[in-house]
Design a protein around this ligand. Structure first.
Ligand SMILES: Nc1ncnc2c1ncn2[C@@H]1O[C@H](COP(=O)(O)OP(=O)(O)OP(=O)(O)O)[C@@H](O)[C@H]1O
Length: 236
């Protein structure tokens, strides 16, 4: 029972009183106006809301890619405001995975090499455990038969699946996906959302996704709606 209670309240990330002001004086833009948010571990959370409402700013602050004007962010138990730039870079490398709208795969590397790149950059050996994780991620994402191909030889959906595998291979505490279906047609988008869903269900990953995709709520465990720089609440 204790275990269940602990799991139920485990947080992958949280924000308290988060504000982000761009510029100053008359032209200041209050992108975030005091966001309190808890992101449970092992869940798929979609962040939705109108254009300009602050979704990307929120995700960048949560991921340690942008510095809030005030407030605090905790990821995997670590208070990001306590880290200097170098420590933050290492923290992101070791604990955070990223998936972008534009895939961001290296064109000269094969799909398999792209997936293994984060382990290589972190100086990790491809030991039996890492190899097993790689195999699992490749199978969950359904890309085993594409591993020897370069990105230009893959469809958009396959490229995004490779990018998701790359984000998952090092078992990050949290994966941030910024409009992961923004460059895909609706059928391929549904497929990619389904694969993100599987990574949460079958690998126990925590995924947080900013999206405009109307159908995203069907795949996510939770939808957080941002309006005018504050959490407007869960989706109806
Ligand atoms: N670097 C910046 N400098 C100045 N203003 C910015 C900057 N980045 C974002 N903003 C402003 O902050 C507000 C929130 O932007 P943000 O990109 O977070 O919104 P969003 O909800 O992600 O929008 P979209 O759905 O269109 O991507 C907007 O008014 C935007 O113009």
């Amino acid at each position: 029972m204790t275990t269940t209670a602990t799991q139920a309240t485990a947080l992958a990330a949280s924000a308290r009183g988060l504000t982000r002001v761009y510029g100053r004086g008359d032209t200041a833009v209050h992108a975030l106006r005091g966001v309190d948010l808890d992101l449970p571990a092992g869940q798929f959370t979609a962040i939705m809301g109108p254009s300009g409402s602050g979704k990307s700013t929120l995700m960048h602050c949560l991921a340690g890619l942008d510095t809030p004007t005030s407030g605090s962010v905790t990821v995997a138990g670590c208070a990001l405001q306590d880290l200097d730039d170098t420590a933050l870079t290492i923290f992101r490398r070791d604990h955070v995975g990223f998936v972008f709208q534009s895939f961001n795969l290296l064109p000269m590397l094969t799909a398999g090499q792209n997936i293994l790149l984060p382990l290589e950059l972190a100086g990790r050996r491809l030991d039996a455990e890492a190899r097993a994780r790689y195999d699992l991620v490749v199978d969950v994402l359904g890309i085993r038969d594409r591993l020897g191909h370069r990105p230009a030889e893959l469809s958009g959906g396959q490229q995004q699946r490779v990018a998701i595998a790359r984000a998952l291979v090092s078992r990050p505490a949290i994966v941030f996906a910024d409009e992961p279906t923004g460059n895909l047609d609706s059928e391929t988008s549904a497929e990619v959302l389904g694969f993100l869903r599987r990574s949460v269900r079958e690998l126990g990953q925590t995924v947080v996704m900013v999206t405009h995709e109307d159908g995203a709520a069907t795949y996510a465990d939770d939808v957080v709606v941002i309006a005018d720089g504050v959490v407007a609440g869960p989706a109806a």
